[in-house]
Design a protein around this ligand. Structure first.
Ligand code: PEP
Ligand code: MG
Length: 533
């Protein structure tokens, strides 16, 4: 039996799995070359239509996020711009499998080498499309994974994820991957444990390691191959306590959140797509603490009516509960075609409010949609990536101008309270410059990465990227204290708000208002109930 091998990555979906490893990167079946270029062309056409048919069938049985991913893949597969180069290679007498691989690999390389996390995340979809057609060409299916297996490899295809029966357990451990990938989103919403960023060296494991059972701790982002008996025992204890917490937490979902001593804590939800609210019972949360709007800005910039309908839907769902909509935070790890610019260091570049102020013609459309939607509920609006008070003032002036314009045209509208995200250290250090803001919402994801100089999507510095570092907590406490003294409401909408391990420290800073991912609501409320303040 080999020595245990411990690898560290980043948790993309919390949970535990113990089981055999299943190698995602194992070799595919060989393609048999055809007699003529015409036959090669026909073979590729057939393979593309088999893959398209398979996707269409999967779409029939999927909903929400899953069907959106599959529809994206189907649209790509039906796009001549993607398939055309492969047919050109065939015309130059390349075999269909090589032609397809060459064409797709060129496309994938563009995605993989992008500086932007968003595009790197989409590379998995492109690899998925490539492999589905290759499988159809060779007549080979996927080799079945044993029940409860931990899938490991470079990356995992979304269709592979969707075709797997996760009811028997199992998990995902990736050398590369991204917490922002489609599969990571699906894994979180279905509760499948997943770790990414284990690194290429990580799987320099010997075949003997791979033949052993593995322990995936996706609560802390690690995996142990060929574990010792003591490691298996400790793992099972952590895994049962995680499961017990999750079961116990379910009972807290429908109750208002409060600490052990009865101090009330507001718990709101973070959403992106307006359809996210369809699966949330409004009675289980105190409103929407963050609606990220950049996801409305897909391939094209959304017009005023599209935005208005999206905001109105969420406001009507929430009734009199507050809905905090953030103006577009494009840039950084969230590029928007037609809006963001290529930059060498996008996290420190033209993102968030900086970009909106640089493109007022785009910003004004969003502002009008927000002003008109405001009459349908309890809207609050906040600006992302504020660094200096002038940005807030300029954004507020644009709101006032658009309001005047709408009212001159007799269009019904209302001015919502305008607040700011606290995610740039300059604001957290000197909040007094922003006393005109109606509220503060701490973006701990960005605040932590900027305070610690450790990118939020880089596994090799994940140990530094901790909201519980005293420097970050001290800043949060000082912002919460400033808010109390000056009657400015302060909440926190970064991912740390839904992390049971960080909740005690966050409440200790004086915060009493958290906004969390819907899947974390119950666990967050249960963790709050455990805090003795
Ligand atoms: C944050 O930075 O904590 C935040 C909530 O914003 P985003 O994750 O969208 O950057
Ligand atoms: Mg942020």
């Amino acid at each position: 039996m080999p020595e245990p091998l411990r690898l560290q990555g980043i948790s993309a979906s919390a949970g535990y799995a113990e089981g055999p490893l299943f190698d995602l990167d194992q070799a595919a079946v060989r393609y048999v070359r055809k007699a003529s270029a015409a036959d090669e062309k026909a073979a590729l056409e057939t393979a593309i239509s088999i893959a398209a048919g398979r996707l269409a069938a999967l779409i029939e049985t999927s909903d929400g996020e899953a069907s959106e991913i599959l529809e994206f893949q189907l649209a790509m597969l039906e796009d001549d711009a993607l398939t055309g180069p492969a047919f050109s290679h065939i015309a130059e007498s390349t075999a269909a499998d090589r032609a397809w691989r060459q064409a797709l690999d060129a496309e994938i390389a563009g995605y993989e080498t992008s500086d932007e996390d968003y595009f790197r995340a989409r590379a998995a979809d492109m690899r998925d499309i490539r492999d589905q057609v290759l499988r159809a060409l060779t007549g080979g299916g996927d080799i079945a994974a044993p029940a409860g297996a931990i899938f490991y490899g470079e990356d995992i295809a979304p269709t592979r994820f969707l075709e797997t029966d996760w009811s028997a357990g199992g998990g995902i451990a990736l050398k590369a991957g991204s917490v922002a990938s489609h599969v990571a989103m699906l894994a979180r919403s279905r509760g499948v444990p997943m770790v990414v960023g284990l690194g290429p060296a990580g799987f320099g494991a010997s075949p003997a390691h791979l033949a052993e059972i593995a322990l995936l701790d996706a609560e802390h982002g690690g995996i142990v191959l060929a574990p010792s008996k003591a490691e298996i025992d400790a793992f099972r204890r952590s895994s049962s306590s995680f499961a017990a917490h999750r079961d116990k937490a379910a009972a807290y979902l429908t109750r208002p959140a409060a600490t052990k001593t009865g101090i009330a804590v507001r718990v709101q939800v973070n959403i992106a797509d307006p359809s996210d609210v369809d699966s949330i019972d409004v009675a289980t949360c105190d409103g929407v603490g963050l609606m990220r709007t950049e996801f409305l800005f897909g391939k094209t910039l959304p017009d005023e009516e599209t935005q208005y309908r999206a905001y109105r839907k969420v406001l009507e769902w929430a009734g009199d509960r507050p809905v905090t909509i953030r103006t577009v935070d494009a840039g950084g790890d969230k590029p928007v075609p037609g809006l963001t610019v290529e930059e060498t260091n996008p996290f420190l570049g033209l993102r968030g409010i900086r970009l909106s102020l640089a493109r007022p013609e785009v910003f004004r459309v969003q502002i009008r949609a927000l002003l008109c939607a405001a009459v349908h509920g309890n809207l609050k609006v906040m600006f992302p990536m504020i660094a200096v008070p002038e940005e807030y003032e300029r954004a507020a002036t644009l709101f006032a101008e658009e309001q005047a314009g709408l009212s001159a045209r007799g269009i019904e509208q209302r001015m919502p309270p305008l607040g700011i995200m606290v995610e740039v250290p300059s604001v957290a250090i000197a909040p007094e410059a922003f006393a005109r803001a109606a509220f503060f919402s701490i973006g701990s994801n960005d605040l932590t990465q900027y305070v610690m100089a450790a990118a939020r999507d880089n596994a090799s510095v994940a140990h530094l990227n901790s909201v519980r570092h005293r420097a970050v907590l001290r800043l949060i406490a000082s912002v919460a204290g400033f808010g109390r003294e000056h009657n400015i409401p302060v909440s926190l909408c970064g991912d740390a708000g839904g992390d049971p391990a960080s909740i005690p420290a966050l409440l200790e800073t004086g915060l009493r208002d958290l906004s969390v991912a819907p899947a974390q609501l119950a666990m967050a409320k249960a963790a709050i109930a455990d805090v003795s303040i």
